[in-house]
Write a protein that binds this ligand. Structure first.
Ligand SMILES: O=C(O)CCC(=O)C(=O)O
Ligand SMILES: [Fe+2]
Length: 331
């Protein structure tokens, strides 16, 4: 079958050509500002003929994606960490912050997620921020939506019972003091955690705690056999500078910290840059840990950097933090 012939005059052809040029710019703009593949989908609805537009849209969108790191989005989950890490970028410490690249499970890339039981992979599209510096290696993301995190916090408030008496104390220069927060630990049978002269035995996993652990294992690609839970009733409750580098912890395993509730500052200080006798000037790393966020402290961060959750009088809400850990087992 022969295709129908169109009798088009020269002025009509000029108009057609202008229309096509306009269409090209419109689709290019679409590609620049509407997320791919939505832009691609819209562009194909508007396209009269050429497939080249798809190519233009794709290239433009990818260019914009590459520029993404220069944009500061007000109110987005990235902003607080971005701003803080941008502050850090100029200083001697050279903390670099870039979107976490896709890669194999574990160290380095964003973990590939596989559903344990089924055949189809569950794609967890988390945006990880890489925080890097001298012997500093952390990854940060927001795991739970505000609603999901609120539900989780509510369940924790209803179900968790915290340690009291001697288990709620720390030993400092031989003296026992009440810890300025509440604490409880869960873990595999027989595990306990020793720090500041106190041994915290693990309670058996409850369905709530096991559910959270499973989710964290799924998104990080690491397994954990212990979790320390800290509850801060408000900004007066805090945690002093310390490193989680005890012998009971598997040496190179990451410690993954989940935060629920009140946003709080979290400060890292390099061991050479602490106190009056500091050997070097290294700026601290300051993060704001958001409701529902995950901070992955990778090796060797905890060998070189102390961290703390300082008092913040203006912080009025409750915060619960869970640090998932891999403890050495005797077997
Ligand atoms: O509450 C926090 O974010 C800090 C927790 C912590 O450092 C720890 O449990 O060792
Ligand atoms: Fe810690």
């Amino acid at each position: 079958m022969s295709s129908p012939r169109l009798n088009v005059t020269v002025p009509q052809m000029q108009i057609l050509f202008k229309l096509q040029t306009l269409q090209f710019y419109f689709i290019a703009l679409l590609g620049a500002f509407v997320p791919y593949p939505t832009s691609l989908h819209l562009s194909s609805l508007l396209r009269f003929g050429s497939k080249n537009y798809e190519f233009v849209v794709t290239i433009l969108y990818r260019t914009v994606l590459k520029m993404d790191k220069f944009l500061i989005r007000k109110g987005s989950t990235k902003t607080s960490v971005n701003r803080k890490v941008d502050d850090i970028q100029g200083d001697s410490n050279r903390i670099r912050n870039s979107p976490r690249k896709r890669g194999p499970s574990g160290e380095g890339g964003a973990p590939k997620i596989r559903k344990q039981s089924g055949t189809t992979a569950t794609k967890v599209d988390l945006k990880w921020r890489k925080l890097r510096g001298e012997n500093f290696n952390c990854d940060y993301t927001v795991l739970y939506s505000p609603n999901a995190a609120r539900t989780l916090l509510k369940s924790c408030e209803e179900e968790l019972v915290y340690n009291t008496g001697d288990l709620a104390k720390v030993q400092i220069f031989g003296q026992f003091h009440n810890i300025p927060r509440k604490q409880v630990a869960f873990g595999d049978p027989g595990l306990s955690y020793r720090f500041s002269g106190v041994e915290v035995p693990a309670r058996p996993w409850t369905p709530l705690m096991e559910g959270i652990k499973d989710r964290i294992q799924e998104v990080t690609g690491h397994t954990f056999n212990f979790v320390l839970v800290n509850r801060y009733k408000d900004g007066n409750d805090h945690m002093g500078e310390h490193r989680d580098d005890e012998k009971d912890l598997v040496r190179e395993a990451p410690i993954v910290s989940l935060s629920l509730g009140q946003k709080r500052d979290f400060i890292f200080k390099h061991c050479d840059a602490r106190g009056k006798n500091a050997k070097r000037a290294i700026d601290p790393v300051k993060l704001e840990l958001e409701h529902g966020s995950l901070l992955m402290m990778n090796y060797p961060t905890n060998r070189y950097w102390y961290h703390s959750l300082p008092v913040r009088k203006k912080a009025l809400g409750v915060r619960i933090n869970m640090t998932f850990r891999s403890m050495v087992t005797s077997k």
